[in-house]
Design a binder for this molecule. Structure first.
Ligand SMILES: C[S@@+](CC[C@H](N)C(=O)[O-])C[C@H]1O[C@@H](n2cnc3c(N)ncnc32)[C@H](O)[C@@H]1O
Length: 277
């Protein structure tokens, strides 16, 4: 297994920017669609509302927003990855969601957020990656209109495991957790959201939510190995594993998934917090 030049770690983001990684993000988004939808219900996202998806990635949540706000609403996606955002908007427009637009914004650089303020400002799996998470939360809160909501969902990786444990999966979790932590991510940021809201001057959240997934290993292994492949250049750059060890780990997970297809695999928890302005 060779680390291609295009897959080398980029300053400030531990995951890859490859077509395979974008497909993994889309698959992950489908898994969490109902967990996000139920929080849109909690904040009463209604037809005609204006929404911001910060760190929108492939735009799957923008699609959920567009379905709810309808043609009179407006959905803005922002992300540092301009090609991915362009793809997302092309897909959304092609499927009739003409109220969607995208702008490239680096949320750590103090760039203005176009279209602010919004009725709903939403971010999923974004703060996890940003050491400047409190400052970014402050910016997101600034972009909320009076009476609107800030809604954040993020991972707590602590739960990711298989029971009974398998060495192959434990090694995968070790490498993934080590790579993210070395890159400045907070792998428990989901559980820290209430504390971060307070630090950002937003105050105690109006509500919190915890979503989980327990899938057979035969299904879950695709995400476990997909994340491992995606963070591998970061993990190698920080001496957390080698290409050879990672290749062996991936092969062992594939074998274990054939031997123990029904063994329950617990995903990271997806934790939500929201506040009305
Ligand atoms: C793990 S993906 C999550 C995508 C999407 N929110 C979802 O849940 O499917 C994280 C996203 O945050 C974006 N991102 C990372 N750093 C950023 C920054 N400084 N400013 C804006 N977006 C950023 C990445 O480009 C990526 O699309």
């Amino acid at each position: 297994m060779r680390t291609a030049e295009a897959e080398r770690p980029q300053e400030g983001y531990a995951l890859g920017r490859t077509p395979q990684e974008y497909e993994r993000l889309r698959a992950q988004a489908r898994v969490w669609e109902s967990a996000t939808g139920r929080l849109f219900d909690r904040v009463a996202l209604a037809p005609g509302a204006t929404c911001l998806d910060a760190g929108c990635g492939p735009g799957e949540t923008m699609r959920l927003m567009a379905q709810r706000v309808g043609p009179p609403g407006r959905v803005t996606g922002i992300d540092i990855d301009a090609p991915l955002g362009a793809q997302a908007v092309a897909m959304l427009q092609h499927t009739g969601h003409r109220q969607c637009n995208f702008a490239r914004v680096d949320l750590t650089a103090g760039e203005p957020i176009p279209g602010a303020p919004f009725d709903l400002v939403y971010a999923r799996l974004l703060l996890y990656h940003l050491p400047q998470r409190v400052a970014v939360l402050e910016r997101l809160w600034d972009a909320v209109a009076p009476g609107g909501h800030l809604l954040v969902q993020d991972y707590d990786l602590h739960s990711a495991s298989v029971l009974p444990a398998l060495e192959s999966v434990d090694e995968c979790v070790r490498v993934v957790t080590g790579a993210f932590s070395a890159a400045g991510c907070d792998v428990r940021v989901g559980a820290r959201l209430p504390e971060l809201f307070v630090q950002a001057g937003i105050g105690t959240p109006d509500g919190t939510d915890v979503a989980g997934r327990l899938d057979p290993l035969s299904d879950a292994q695709r995400q476990f190995t997909g994340v491992l492949r995606s963070v591998l250049p970061t993990a190698i750059a920080h001496d957390i594993t080698t290409e050879e060890r990672a290749a062996a780990c991936l092969a062992e997970i594939a074998q274990d998934a054939e031997r123990f297809p029904d063994r329950p695999a617990l995903w990271p928890l997806l934790i939500g917090a929201w506040k009305r302005k």
